[in-house]
Each structure stands twice: as structure tokens, then as C-alpha cells.
Design a protein around this ligand. Sequence first.
Ligand SMILES: Nc1ncnc2c1ncn2[C@@H]1O[C@H](COP(=O)(O)OP(=O)(O)OP(=O)(O)O)[C@@H](O)[C@H]1O
Ligand SMILES: [Mg+2]
Length: 175
Amino acid sequence: MIEGRALERVVETRDPAGTRALAAALAAAARPGDLLSLVGELGAGKTQFAKGFGAGLGVTDTIVSPSFVLMAEYCGRLPLFHIDLYRLADAAEALAGGLIDERQGEGVTLIEWAERLADAMPAGHLDVLIEGTGDDPRRIVLRAAEATYSRYLDALSGASSDASPLESPATKAVR
Ligand SMILES: Nc1ncnc2c1ncn2[C@@H]1O[C@H](COP(=O)(O)OP(=O)(O)OP(=O)(O)O)[C@@H](O)[C@H]1O
Ligand SMILES: [Mg+2]
């Protein structure tokens, strides 16, 4: 806790719609320059999260895995930059390729397989750790690596009203 604000929340989702609804609720907190690290094994739901986050930002284009283009850009309330490092050999290659550039300061950047950046990952970001695969429920840990990102966790707290997508029976806060 920093100044009484929670820096971590754990949410359980029971299906892909639940994960998308969670991400859409989080997107309400997005500000220009934000960075989200999406970590979880193959098929955990990182791309489902990105789809929901995009929907929450008002992106109308279909968000697909950017594996073959490294980074895809979408237009929403803020620009959304969606990066997938799965096929990347190393972080140096990513950075040499201009992975993080000044344009991203105007939008929100989601990075799948962000752990591949290791120390090259900027300190300011929200960690999204997705545990579980297949038809299992997902345990999703949201961790503010810097205090400014605790506003994402606050957005979730505010989302417990009737109007919230988190009211979906597919999503439940476990802590
Ligand atoms: N609660 C859940 N949340 C998210 N996805 C779920 C859930 N339950 C089942 N699924 C299924 O798991 C799969 C998640 O696929 P997705 O492409 O989002 O994973 P990924 O983490 O991006 O994988 P990759 O590492 O290959 O990019 C989808 O087929 C989705 O329907
Ligand atoms: Mg993916």
C-alpha cells in the first residue's frame, strides 16, 4: 500500500467474456503514455484481455494477435498500441526495432510476453498476470508497479455498481 491505496488486486474470470469485461473496465483508467505488461502462458488470455481493453477504449476495429507485425495500432479514445513479443529473439532486438517510441506517449501500450523485455521494461507499468489455460477459470493478478497505476485498481473498485461489466456473473473479485 502507498498512502492507503492498494497496489494489487486479484480477479477471477470464468470465461473469455469475463476477461474482456475486466479489461474494458480497466480501460476507463487509461491515460496517455500508459504501459500494461500482459504475462501468462500460451492461451492464457492475453489477447482476450487486449480485445476487451480496446473495446473499453472505444476501438471498433477487430483486435487480433499482432504476432506477425510486432505492433498493431488501433484508434480509440486514446490510440492503442498492441505488441506481441512471442516470436522475438531478445529484448535488444525489440528495442533496436523501435519497440517503444515517442508515439506511444500519446496512447496506451499493451505488451504480450512482456517478461521477455526483462530489465528493458520501463518501471512505470501495470502488471497483468494471467494464470490458467483451457477451460479453467483464470486468476488475474493486477499489480501497479508504480503508484500512479493504482488508478487502474481504483477503477475496478468503482466498477462494483450495477452498471459495471464486472457485475457479469463471469467475473468475480477474489481479493
Ligand atoms: N476466463 C478466460 N479468459 C480468457 N480466455 C479464456 C477464458 N476461458 C477460456 N478462454 C479461452 O482461452 C483462449 C485464450 O486465448 P488468447 O489468444 O487470448 O491467449 P494468449 O494468452 O493471447 O495466447 P498467446 O500466448 O498464444 O498469444 C481463448 O481461446 C479463450 O476462448
Ligand atoms: Mg496472444
